[in-house]
Ligand binder design. Sequence first.
Ligand code: SF4
Length: 376
Amino acid sequence: MPRMILPRESRPGKPDQDAGDRSDESPVVPWRKLLAWYRANRREMPWRGSRDPYAVWVSETMLQQTRIETVRGYFERFLAHFPDLRALAAADTADVLKLWEGLGYYSRARNLHAAARRVAESGRFPETAAEWAALPGVGPYTAAALASICADQPEPVVDGNVTRVAMRLRATPGDGRSPQERAAIAAWLRPAITASGAPGDFNQAVMELGETLCSPKAPKCLLCPLRAACRASAKGIPERFPARRPPKALPVRRFFAFIVPDATGRILLAQRPETGLLGGLWELPMAPIVATPGKRNGAAAARRALDALGLQARTLRSLGEIVHVFSHFRQELHVWEAVGAEERRRRKNRSFVHPADVAVATASTRALALCSESRD
Ligand code: SF4
């Protein structure tokens, strides 16, 4: 069962931030209004309200480059299998990767696992952003989130959502991607997050506002608690901040990918090296395509590629193409089923397995689904 995370409790000695004299409210970041809006409107998440460093750490790691709705189920399964730091530190890497399967950016899982072992050995969780940032895989954004949520450190989080909100509030020129721009945003937010006395809620409130109201293309300014202080909204052109950069054309890498079943229904999969892209994950045997295969020579080229992989097949059946986008390239898989195939040369990282038993790269999982659909 997923572990229940109790709502954050009021802490004795903390002033009620929504009551009393309001004269200390920052003129540029109306944090009282921001916190009041957040506490009334925040979406329920399995990790929200927790100050447990382990649970918050897992959630923040999963949330990097991944949408909240995607993370929810993964977070609950992960916490059900590894309910605390000790359980994660003692786990096998293969089990950690299996639970991360489909979430992408697998180096996050490897780093989280390695860092959990280090924290378990040290006997205490980090508290400051600098301590968190010393762990593998914990960047400035995650370090600030953890320090503020779990230990009340006034460290502004500056992710894409926060950058957008801050640049709109000030109608700042630029695209907000350079370290200098991000540092300037952090410096600008610091007095307000300190004055708020609730750094964790402050950071989560700005992120939530950016995610729900201050969206990139259609900000809902009429509902926004910060509207009176927002220069971009006053100008009537909030969506022009931050400035957009034209999207970068990603290079394309094309591969033949072969589905090679054995007589018992297992599939031939190759395990990638432990380090690097998709480290330790399993995938279909693949060979690069040197030129785009035309309709006439597609099968002949596929057969040559199969041969280069040390495999031969009675029949080859084309199943279609899969496009999978990584941060720095597009992977195009031309998927073939190799019927009656056998290994002419064995390779040590390759074996027949049940895909459900190992962590399989997403593109290969999609290729296997293509094969199942073709049989329906
Ligand atoms: S008023 Fe509009 S543009 Fe300004 S912060 Fe709110 S939602 Fe964003």
